[in-house]
Design a protein around this ligand. Structure first.
Ligand code: SAM
Ligand code: SF4
Length: 332
């Protein structure tokens, strides 16, 4: 019998600072069925359809990434459920050898309808963004949609087994900073983890500092009602700090790119909806994979683009200034 020789995983996605890249966030569209105040202007212009990567192109890029050490993929946007046939992409990606986790971040509006088919197509889990538990505030922050649909979506995702579910809350002064304890209650009640994210300036919002709330302040608001005990999961690339909520099975997390950057342990690359490979949310330019793919690139040429993106990855992304690209164009 022939001896089975296990091939070592390629180390070509490790950069000069010894950061091993294993996580690819893929934006499948820049379109969205919401217009969150901190993310997208109301009169936004979207990429024409032919500028978006096709599902086949995304699968090819993801497959080559996986052959070089990508083990985790998250689909994001824009709103990923707003792109038709997203479950087709999920089932295509699911067959990729070496991929250990396939997840998706959504605003939840269409999740009740999509959860069973996403689970059926092989999606492992979802993160859902929800910035307020108040229906009127929801309309002001998201400028479209209905909070009840998001709540039903979270519950449907739980029933479909797309868990553990993480709920992302961007905390903004004067908008929802008085709801921190309510969200901890929500985590306990709905059996989800809630992660409080610091507001990052992306659009031409010169006034962002007046909206910014730091991790320390958010944590203090949560501690008014709950005892929090820090947890460690041993993953040095995890950007969130997690805490167990006293007297409950729930966890809350804090993602604090502005006050406590996590660049030194960053393990991710980003693929924008129009096919640009970026090492960081804050990079101005990246390699246009769509262009090279549509001009007949070989697998080796696409793999070389991955290596270049990793080598060029920022050592320290600045999150305390206005970004070059809006969040929905990069894929948050
Ligand atoms: N539409 C999906 C959603 O909202 O979950 C996926 C895309 S959205 C751009 C991904 C994440 O980025 C969301 O959790 C959203 O709250 C977060 N986000 C967008 N703009 C942000 C900002 N200025 N600061 C912090 N987080 C932001
Ligand atoms: Fe859409 Fe998500 Fe941006 Fe809100 S945060 S506008 S839901 S892409």
């Amino acid at each position: 019998m022939d001896e089975i020789v296990e091939k070592p995983a390629s180390d070509s996605l490790t950069d000069g600072r010894n950061r091993k890249v294993s996580y690819l966030r893929v934006s499948v569209t820049d379109r969205c069925n919401m217009r969150c105040v901190y993310c997208m202007p109301e009169d936004v212009k979207f990429f024409p359809d032919n500028e978006l990567l096709t599902y086949k192109e995304i699968e090819r890029i993801a497959g080559l990434g996986a052959s070089m050490g990508i083990t985790k993929i998250r689909l994001t946007g824009g709103e990923p459920l707003a792109r038709e046939g997203i479950e087709t992409l999920v089932s295509g990606l699911k067959t990729i050898e070496g991929l250990k986790e396939l997840s998706l971040t959504t605003n939840g509006l269409l999740l009740e309808r999509y959860a069973p088919r996403l689970a059926g197509a092989g999606l492992d889990r979802v993160n859902v963004s929800l910035d307020t538990l108040d229906a009127e505030k929801f309309k002001k922050i998201c400028r479209a949609g209905d909070i009840e649909d998001v709540i039903s979506g979270i519950q449907a995702a739980g029933r479909a087994g797309l868990s553990p579910i993480k709920v992302n809350v961007v905390v903004m002064r004067g908008r929802n900073d008085n709801e921190v304890a309510d969200f901890v209650d929500f985590a306990v009640r709905e059996n989800v983890s809630v992660r409080f994210i610091e507001f990052m300036p992306f659009t031409r919002d010169e006034d962002w500092r007046s909206r910014f709330v730091s991790r320390e302040e958010i944590m203090e608001s949560a501690r008014v009602k709950y005892e929090l005990t820090e947890q460690t999961n041993g993953n040095p690339s995890e950007p969130a700090r997690y805490f167990k909520v006293g007297g409950a099975e729930a966890y809350i997390g804090f993602i604090s790119p502005v006050s406590h950057g996590f660049c030194s342990m960053c393990n991710r690359l980003r693929l924008t909806a129009d096919g640009v490979l970026l090492g960081c949310l804050r990079e101005k330019s990246g390699l246009n994979l769509k262009y090279i793919l549509r001009n007949g690139a070989t697998d080796e040429e696409v793999s070389a683009a991955f290596r270049i993106a990793v080598a060029a990855k920022s050592s320290h992304g600045r999150f305390d200034n206005l970004g070059e690209r809006p969040m929905h164009k990069i894929g948050g």
